[in-house]
Design a protein around this ligand. Structure first.
Ligand SMILES: *[C@@H]1O[C@H](CO)[C@@H](O)[C@H](O)[C@H]1NC(C)=O
Ligand SMILES: *[C@@H]1O[C@H](CO)[C@@H](O)[C@H](O)[C@H]1NC(C)=O
Ligand SMILES: *[C@@H]1O[C@H](CO)[C@@H](O)[C@H](O)[C@H]1NC(C)=O
Ligand SMILES: *[C@@H]1O[C@H](CO)[C@@H](O)[C@H](O)[C@H]1NC(C)=O
Length: 384
C-alpha cells in the first residue's frame, strides 16, 4: 500500500535523513536461492527484510518467468527514498496506524490517556500516521539466517522496540518451496510485553512478467473471496466502517479483470488523482481449503492461488510507479525500460487494517508472553 502523494512527501521528508543515517553497506547483499525438488519454482531472498528478490516459475510455453517486480540492485531496498516495499516481510505492524497512536487495551479515543498509550514513528502522510512499522521497519532490518537447505531458508529478527512499540519481539520467518509450484512463507513471533503485531509479506505480482508487450496487470484476472472492504478516510486511514462490495468496483468475488469495465470508476479511490486500489478486503472465510485470492496472467497463462490463515488482504495496484521512472529488472526489459503505473499488484495477506484503533470490530491484535503471533501463507503457481 502506498499513496503517490505520500511518496512525494515521504521522499521530501526523509531523503536527507536516510542519506545521513543509513549508509549502504560496502559489501554485497547476501542472496539465498531455493529451488523445489521438481524445479517448478525457484525463489531468491536477501537477509535485509527477509525479502524475496526474484520468483521464477514456468509459463504455459515452459519458459521461466520472474513474476515479481523489484530491483536488480539490492542496495536499493535499503536506500530508495520512494521505499515501495518490494517483497519484504513487513512489521511489527503492517499498514497504517492512525496518528501513530494506540493504547492497550485498545480504544476508539483518538487522544487516549493512561499508562499504556504508545506513539510510533509518524513516517507517512506528512506525519499523520505510522506506515509499515515506522521509519525503519522490519523490511529495512538485516535479519539473520538461522537455517538453510536447498529448498528453504529461515531468518530471525529481534525488534528492540525502537519505533515506539512496547516490548521486544523476536520473529522467525521461513520461506520454503516445494514440488508442484508451491511457495510457503510462515512467521512466528513472541513478545516480552503486550504489543500489537501484524505482519504481511508485501509481494508485488506481475504474472505476465512483461512478455509479449504487456507491461501492466490491467489484463490480469483477479478473484477475491471478500464481500467487505474497510472504509478509508481522506488519508487512507480506516474509519471503522465497512463498504459492502456489491455493485462497486471492489467486487472481485466472481473474478474479473483488474482493468475491467468499472476500472474507470476507480479514479481517486487510492488518493486524489490515483486510479486503482489500495484497500483492505476482509475475507469471508466460508470455505476452508480453497484459495482466498486467485490471480491469472493474460498472456503467460500463469495462475497464482493464495491460501492463508489471515483474515484480510490489502490489495494495492501500484499507481504511483507512474511518477518514479524506476528501471525494470533485466528480466523485465530493464534497465532501459521502466515500471509504469499498475506494473504489478501487491496482494498483502494480513489482519484487519488498524484494528488497534477500532475496538468495535472485536479483533484482538495484541500479542505478548502468553500469546505468540503466527502467520502463514501458501502461494501455488501453475499454468491454467
Ligand atoms: C546482512 O547480513 C548478512 C550476513 O551476516 C551479510 O552477508 C549481509 O551483507 C548483510 N546485509 C546488509 C544489507 O547489511
Ligand atoms: C546500487 O545502488 C546503490 C545505491 O543507490 C549505488 O550506490 C550503487 O552504485 C548501485 N550499484 C550498481 C551496480 O548500480
Ligand atoms: C495525535 O497524537 C498527538 C500525540 O502524539 C496528540 O497530541 C494529537 O492531539 C493527536 N491528533 C489527533 C487528531 O487526535
Ligand atoms: C475509460 O476512460 C478512458 C479515458 O478517459 C476511455 O478511453 C475508455 O474508453 C474508458 N473505458 C471504459 C470501459 O469506459
Amino acid at each position: 500500500m502506498f499513496n503517490w502523494r505520500t511518496t512525494l512527501s515521504f521522499t521530501a521528508l526523509l531523503a536527507p535523513v536516510l542519506v545521513y543515517s543509513i549508509q549502504p553497506p560496502d559489501w554485497p547483499f547476501d542472496v539465498t536461492s531455493i529451488t523445489a525438488p521438481d524445479e517448478s519454482i525457484t525463489a531468491k531472498f536477501v537477509s535485509l527484510g527477509a525479502t524475496m528478490t526474484e520468483l521464477w516459475v514456468k509459463d504455459k510455453n515452459g519458459d521461466s518467468r520472474d513474476v515479481i517486480i523489484g530491483y536488480d540492485n539490492e542496495t536499493m531496498l535499503l536506500t530508495d527514498p520512494a521505499h515501495p516495499m518490494f517483497n519484504p516481510i513487513v512489521g511489527r505492524y503492517a499498514g497504517r496506524i492512525k496518528n501513530g497512536t494506540f493504547s492497550i487495551p485498545v480504544t476508539k479515543d483518538p487522544q487516549p490517556s493512561g499508562p499504556n498509550v504508545f506513539h510510533t514513528s509518524l513516517n507517512d502522510m506528512n506525519g499523520l500516521d505510522t506506515l509499515h512499522g515506522g521509519t525503519v521497519g522490519w523490511d529495512r532490518r538485516n535479519w539473520t539466517i538461522v537455517q538453510r537447505t536447498r529448498s528453504s531458508v529461515t531468518y530471525k529478527h529481534v525488534d528492540t522496540a525502537d519505533e515506539g512499540f512496547p516490548g521486544v519481539v523476536t520473529a522467525y520467518v521461513t520461506h520454503e518451496v516445494s514440488s508442484g509450484g508451491f511457495l510457503k512463507t510462515s512467521v512466528r513471533a513472541t513478545a516480552t510485553a503486550e504489543t500489537p503485531i501484524m505482519i504481511t509479506q508485501h509481494v508485488y505480482w506481475n504474472l505476465d512478467a512483461f512478455q509479449d508487450g504487456v507491461s501492466d496487470v490491467l489484463g490480469h484476472q483477479l478473484k477475491v473471496d471478500g464481500s467487505r472492504v474497510i472504509q478509508l478516510d481522506s488519508i487512507s486511514v480506516p474509519t471503522g466502517e465497512f463498504v459492502n462490495v456489491a455493485s462497486t468496483p471492489f467486487d472481485f468475488r466472481k473474478g474479473k479483470l483488474i482493468g475491467g469495465p468499472d476500472w474507470n470508476n476507480t479514479l481517486n479511490l487510492c488518493g486524489a488523482g490515483c486510479q486503482g486500489f489500495d484497500h483492505c478486503w476482509v475475507y469471508d472465510d466460508s470455505h476452508g481449503g480453497r484459495p482466498k485470492t486467485t490471480l491469472k496472467g493474460q498472456k503467460s497463462g500463469i495462475k497464482l492461488e493464495i491460501f492463508t490463515d489471515q483474515a484480510a488482504t490489502q490489495i494495492f495496484t501500484a499507481y504511483w510507479l507512474i511518477l518514479l521512472n524506476m528501471p525494470r529488472k533485466r528480466a523485465h526489459g530493464g534497465p532501459a525500460l521502466t515500471y509504469p503505473a499498475w506494473a504489478a499488484v501487491a496482494l498483502e495477506q494480513q489482519g484487519y487494517a488498524d484494528a488497534i484503533n477500532n475496538p468495535e470490530w472485536g479483533v484482538n491484535q495484541i500479542y505478548g508472553p502468553k500469546r505468540p503471533y503466527i502467520w502463514s501463507t501458501t502461494y501455488k503457481l501453475s499454468t491454467a
